[in-house]
Design a protein around this ligand. Structure first.
Ligand SMILES: [Zn+2]
Ligand SMILES: [Zn+2]
Length: 212
């Protein structure tokens, strides 16, 4: 029996998708696929970047969901810094193994989808918030083949309603979608909401990591 490369106590049953250590069930974050060491350094690293780029703002804000909030997470601002965007793409790309395409909803997720697509060399799809009224009437830009496995990326999720809608739209076009990776999850029901349609929401950072 091979022992866990982190604690050295329990049997190693999982491989970390980031450092490729084989680790036990207690030393892996199952949902993210990374070991506890990678998870910790990944989070603090990205949190520092988000704070340095002023992606976190305090005040009174009305969110897209209509909810009031005392803080606002502006990932768009952070990802205009290519260094941060590259880092985000690097952290998301291990989740793209097995995906035929990367998808993101306009506007915030598009640069992220492009960056991940370039990194893993797969095509990407841009999903519209609303169906185009003229011309093609399409809900997405790009190509989609029935049975394509699609990985969704998102900048911030609160309730994840808009992401859910986009996922259902692409499923109606024949795409297979099992997970979505979000840069920051505000932990306000997004995971549960997507869980209802069988999609796993994987956050790189949680709002508690940012605020704490
Ligand atoms: Zn262990
Ligand atoms: Zn690791």
């Amino acid at each position: 029996m091979a022992l866990c490369e982190i604690c050295g106590i329990r049997e190693a049953r999982n491989e970390c998708i980031s450092c490729h250590r084989t680790v036990c069930g207690d030393c892996i974050i199952t949902i993210a696929g990374v070991c506890v060491k990678c998870s910790k350094s990944d989070v603090s690293d990205l949190v520092t970047d988000l704070k340095n780029t002023k992606a976190l703002q305090f005040g009174k804000f009305t969110l897209a969901s209509g909810k009031e909030s005392e803080y606002y997470i502006d990932i768009k601002r952070a990802i205009t810094e290519t260094r941060v965007l590259v880092k985000i793409a690097e952290k998301i790309s291990p989740h793209a193994t097995g995906a035929d395409r990367i998808a993101g909803v306009e506007l915030g997720a598009v640069p992220i989808a492009v960056a991940v697509a370039l990194k893993v060399d797969r095509p990407f799809v841009i999903v519209r918030k609303e169906r185009k009224e003229h011309g093609t009437g399409k809900i997405f830009e790009g190509e989609l083949v029935k049975g394509d496995r699609v990985l969704f990326v998102e900048d911030v999720t609160t309730t994840a309603n808009s992401l859910k809608k986009a996922i259902l739209e692409l499923r109606a076009e024949g795409a297979l979608i099992e997970k979505a990776v979000v840069v920051v999850d505000r932990e306000e029901g997004g995971q549960e909401n997507l869980g209802e349609i069988g999609v796993e929401l994987i956050p790189l950072v949680r709002s508690t990591d940012l605020l704490g």
